[in-house]
Design a protein around this ligand. Structure first.
Ligand code: 5MM
Length: 337
């Protein structure tokens, strides 16, 4: 049976050990990242930064797709080339974040639900017309003090599934991202239990909303202890627990799983991805990356807002992209390679 265009796109995003560059930081988040390196964010500086990333020579060897923010998909490089064209001519697929952010969930203190369903059909049509071929929606499921509640898990799973169905209807491959963040002192057992529960609920909701599993990608967190937990698991334990959780919850029909990095160090995120691909036999899905910070941090530190630093910053981005691409086939042999 011939694959549909959506299925082809989903497959292409995880083919040849390539992965996704998540460059869809909201204005507030990119503002924090810039502040970390002493920069004040403006629309112009955000444009310059993203131009530096997207025009790194040979980026497409390791990067299959880039997730853009609404502001960025409407921007152009300094020579006037729209970013979407700049990416497409390198055979990099442009994607777009379509959620409008996480807001407090009524009745569930300390928890959020991600919004953006109102008017989504029209926005998907507009983004498709602009050249986007995949989309992303991120739900946030926090651990701690009786959290997550059943209400939080259900509300976020429902929204993710409604989004995914609308994205597919409008010709975009949905990336479904239920993130259990690393913030807090929870241990790895808690992370595994909550990630397993969240994914089970998400796939039940995706089935209810008739989402075609062959034409989507999952973007989960790895199973890892909270940042403030004193007990840190080794690379092998993170890999084994993450795979156990995914095998229990993610149907084999899903073509690929592209992890978020979630605040792990760049090298750690690469080592974890590599361990999962290196040591556990054939897996039903391709395992790759959709990293934001773990791909960008070294580049942002080198760039620091100056065009003179662009080449050095691009080298750092390309290095992380290359090493993560190696990790996507279990061939990462350390930082020197
Ligand atoms: C790149 O940041 C994305 C948008 O985040 P905000 O809405 O908070 O601005 C985020 O969804 C990102 O795509 C994922 O968290 C993956 O990025 P990391 O840095 O976790 O790999």
């Amino acid at each position: 049976m011939a694959r549909s265009e959506l299925e082809e796109t989903a497959q292409a995003l995880v083919a040849h050990s390539r992965g996704i560059l998540a460059a869809d930081e909201s204005t507030a988040t990119i503002g924090k990242r810039f502040a970390d390196v002493g920069l004040a964010a403006t629309a112009e500086l955000r444009r310059d930064y993203r131009e530096m990333l997207f025009s790194a020579p040979g980026l497409a060897k390791a990067i299959s797709g880039v997730i853009l923010h609404d502001e960025t998909i409407r921007q152009s490089a300094s020579d006037g080339t729209p970013f979407v064209h700049l990416l497409r001519r390198q055979h990099i697929i442009p994607g777009i974040t379509v959620d409008t952010g996480a807001v407090p969930l009524a009745g569930c203190p300390g928890e959020t639900v991600t919004e953006g369903l109102d008017g989504l059909r029209a926005r998907v049509a507009e983004y498709h017309g602009m050249g986007a071929r995949f989309a992303k929606w991120r739900a946030v499921i926090r651990i701690g003090d009786g959290r997550p509640t059943r209400g939080c898990l259900a509300a976020n799973a429902h929204a993710l599934a409604r989004y995914a169905a609308l994205a597919q209807e409008g010709g975009l491959v949905p990336i479904v991202e239920p993130e259990v963040p690393m913030d807090g002192g929870h241990d790895i057992d808690d992370c595994e239990a909550v990630t397993t529960a969240a994914l089970a609920q998400v796939f039940a909701a995706l089935a209810e909303q008739r989402v075609e599993l062959e034409a989507m990608l999952l973007k989960p967190n790895m199973v890892i202890a909270g940042k403030d937990c004193p007990h840190r698991a080794g690379v092998a334990e993170v890999a084994e627990r993450t795979l156990r959780c995914l095998r229990r919850t993610v149907p084999a029909a899903v073509p690929g799983i592209v992890f978020l990095s979630g605040g792990q160090g760049s090298e750690q995120a690469t080592a974890h991805l590599n361990a999962m691909n290196a040591g556990y036999g054939p897996l039903p899905w391709r395992l790759s990356f959709s990293y934001g910070r773990a791909l960008q941090e070294p580049a942002l530190r080198a760039w620091r807002g100056s065009r003179e630093n662009a080449a050095a910053a691009q080298e750092r981005l390309l290095k992380r992209a290359r090493l993560n691409s190696a990790a996507a086939s279990g061939a990462y042999a350390g930082e020197a390679a």
